[in-house]
Design a protein around this ligand. Structure first.
Ligand code: BES
Ligand code: ZN
Length: 399
């Protein structure tokens, strides 16, 4: 007979015997199996949950370990409502979560066991390093180029300048890194990539991206300071890189992109994403920052693009928000591939795109010579996106 036991505790253990597999399977967080010293059969790619084989572990030992991990509390027999036909941890967790949600006896706190994000003091420490002043200085520096338009003989002047800035910043870092110009076939402007090579799983990549180019005027080549669109997102990434560059390498590879030619039709990111797809690159998730400086719905009221983005990544950002920030986040549809996240999404990668406000309340001065630092722009608001990207990068290093 199949048996399902749910431990009602801070962290849940669901165990059931399955004749089909001829062994005792348990679904719990990985620490639990490590403490028991039993083999992990399958783990969830994002949550800290796994299936372990607990055959041979006595009920007494099970209780001992549960208590030693501070997860006291009773357990409840749930009957055999979960079918164990095959091991599919993602599906099984989804089923379990909806079962728990339906079950009036299970409190919200107990449901938290399936939440992806747990507070980590080290992340909080790094978040406290975000400097609003640095954002201001960098946006000012970028708008002073006059334009970062992707066409024309001066298209790479600001790109080369950013490359030099990153080189100076990384010179004192202990992280193995690369700074590369990426040329494109459809624009003469180069994209820039800064790579922090992962120390444990370098093939797994997390990507933070922002478009670096700007545009204004009938033919695109007018005065285009592009402070909000998108010196802001570009500067958010420079600040994340500055902070992380001072510490040890991440376990997984972290890539920062400043894309060329977004305003010409997502040119740089489209070429890059299709190249990744054809090389079978393993990208865990991509965050796009495009326009973070104008608080159209009010300071610290963020938007988040709901189309061409991936539900689990959007949820992860919401959970990070619950744990570290408590900003308000409103999802909205662009209705088209409005920025570089769409290039990655179209190639099958998981994406998220936080945005300065909802679409209806966004900055109306973009793509004009008026998109320069002005009183309605808010660097504290923009710093919220730096923090979100920083927390996202650190969290994705572990999932
Ligand atoms: N910063 C905008 C993107 C944007 C607009 C994001 C509205 C979210 C909401 C971007 O630089 C841009 O101008 N995109 C173009 C489309 C692109 C394919 C040329 C646009 O929205 O017209
Ligand atoms: Zn734009």
């Amino acid at each position: 007979m199949k048996k399902l036991i749910l431990f009602l505790s801070v962290s849940s253990v669901v165990s059931f015997s399955s004749l089909a597999f001829g062994r005792d399977l348990a679904l719990s967080d990985k620490e639990f199996f490590k403490a028991l010293g039993v083999p992990i059969l399958q783990s969830h790619p994002r949550l800290n949950m796994a299936y372990g084989d607990i055959s041979g572990v006595s009920e007494e030992r099970l209780h001992q370990v549960t208590h030693s991990l501070g997860r006291c509390g009773g357990f409840e027999e749930m009957g055999d409502s979960l079918e164990v036909k095959s091991l599919n941890i993602t599906k099984d967790l989804e089923k379990l979560e909806s079962k728990l949600q339906q079950d009036k006896q299970v409190s919200k706190q107990q449901l938290k066991v399936l939440s992806a994000v747990q507070f980590r003091p080290i992340i909080k420490e790094r978040l406290d390093e975000v400097s609003v002043e640095n954002l201001k200085v960098n946006v000012q520096w970028l708008q002073n180029f006059g334009t970062r338009y992707h066409k024309g003989s001066r298209a790479n002047v600001p790109v080369d300048a950013l490359k030099e800035k990153l080189e100076a910043m990384m010179a004192t870092s202990r992280i193995p890194y690369k700074i590369e110009k990426i040329s494109h076939s459809r624009t003469s402007q180069n994209s820039l990539r800064l790579t922090f090579v992962g120390s444990k799983e370098p093939k797994k990549k997390v990507i933070l991206g922002a478009h670096f180019d700007s545009i204004a005027g009938w033919f695109g080549g007018g005065d285009a300071p592009g402070a909000d669109d998108n010196a802001s997102g570009s500067s958010n990434l420079i600040e994340v890189a500055r902070i992380l560059s001072k510490y040890d390498a991440p376990e997984r590879t972290l890539e920062f992109y400043w894309y060329a030619g977004e305003e010409g039709g997502l040119i740089g990111s489209a070429e890059i994403a299709s190249d990744y797809e054809s090389r079978g690159e393993e990208v865990l998730a991509v965050m796009q920052l495009d326009m973070t400086l104008y608080p159209g719905d009010g300071p610290f009221i963020l938007g988040s693009v709901s189309d061409f983005t991936t539900p689990w990544v959007r949820d992860l950002v919401k959970e990070l928000n619950d744990v570290y920030f408590q900003f308000q986040i409103n999802e909205f549809e662009c209705g088209y591939g409005c920025s570089d996240h769409a290039s990655w999404y179209r190639r099958g990668y998981s994406t998220v795109a936080p945005f300065e406000a909802r679409m209806n309340s966004m900055n109306r001065d973009i793509h004009t010579s008026r998109d320069r630092i002005q009183p309605s722009y808010n660097f504290e608001h923009s710093s919220a996106f730096t923090k979100m990207a920083l927390a996202f990068a650190m969290e994705m290093d572990r999932r």
